[in-house]
Design a protein around this ligand. Structure first.
Ligand code: FMN
Length: 180
């Protein structure tokens, strides 16, 4: 799929078919993640690839906004080592988007489930809940969980109507890029 088709086609898909994702697709997606840029090329990423149904169902209970994981055959937990880089959040975010775009190019649907700085319940952070569930050590920080699967819902592609030309400034802030 051509690049602009991929970026337009990527939508947050929260319902998935039961169908298993071929291992070679999973590896292609991870390969794309490792091609991400990172601050000072420190490459602080860790990815926990979860395909056990029971574990995914528990990840879906991280917080209400992650309930969509319930039907996902695959979840990639996107992490960063804060001992390797203080910029791990930016690096992990870019990798998460590479994952979403690569999966889209392979005909899969994805959605970002946010974990960092969110709560599981009144006492426990979402990050600690995920960390305990998957045995992730303290210095490995959890940014988000990307749910991946063959789409079981259809959404229109993005379109040029969404481009906010009014937010684009030519040379100085306030000089609009387009005169209309
Ligand atoms: C940083 C970030 C956090 C997000 N967190 C969640 C989330 O926790 N749960 C969810 O269902 N969607 C989440 N999303 C998906 C957004 O809701 C979605 O990208 C947005 O509504 C635009 O829709 P689109 O992805 O179909 O273009 C998140 C997206 C980003 C970039």
């Amino acid at each position: 799929m051509e690049f602009f088709e991929v970026v337009k086609k990527r939508r947050s898909i929260r319902k998935y078919q039961k169908k298993k994702i071929p291992e070679e697709y999973v590896e292609k997606i991870l390969e794309a993640a490792f091609y991400s840029p990172s601050s000072r090329n420190r490459r602080p990423w860790h990815f926990v690839v979860v395909d056990e149904e029971g574990l995914i169902k528990k990840l879906a209970q991280t917080r209400p906004a992650l309930e969509f994981l319930e039907t996902a055959p695959l979840a990639i937990v996107v992490c960063g080592d804060e001992e390797i880089s203080s910029a791990w959040v930016f690096d992990a975010s870019i990798a998460a988007e590479h994952i979403q775009l690569a999966a889209t190019a392979l005909g899969l649907g994805t959605c970002w489930g946010h974990v960092l700085e969110r709560m599981h319940n009144k006492e426990k952070s979402a990050e600690d809940y995920v960390r305990e569930l998957l045995g992730i050590p303290e210095h490995i920080r959890v940014l988000c969980i990307i749910g991946i699967g063959y789409p079981a819902e259809e959404k229109p592609s993005h379109s040029e109507k969404e481009v906010m030309w009014g937010r684009v400034h030519r040379n100085r802030f306030g000089n609009s890029w387009k005169m209309k």
